[in-house]
Write a new protein. Sequence first.
Length: 92
Amino acid sequence: MKELYCKVYGNVQGVFFRSFAQNEARARGIVGYVKNLPEGTVEIVAHGDEVNLREFLTKISSGPVEAEVESVDVNWGPVGADDERFSDFAIL
């Protein structure tokens, strides 16, 4: 199990990006969350199998038709035993 942390830049708020990310994550058995940040970016924390996380990253790097993803900052890490706090992929 790995953790993927992303910060997504571009026209990604108010364009169904969070719903898109949630649907893509759930389709791959990924748990975590997606949320809008005050400066206009979107934050994603996702836990899952590395193969599924890489597929998810490919999808969110393009986003839904309504969005314009300019860039995605990506950080990978392990999921510690005390960090398995998610049971679903939520929109915050």
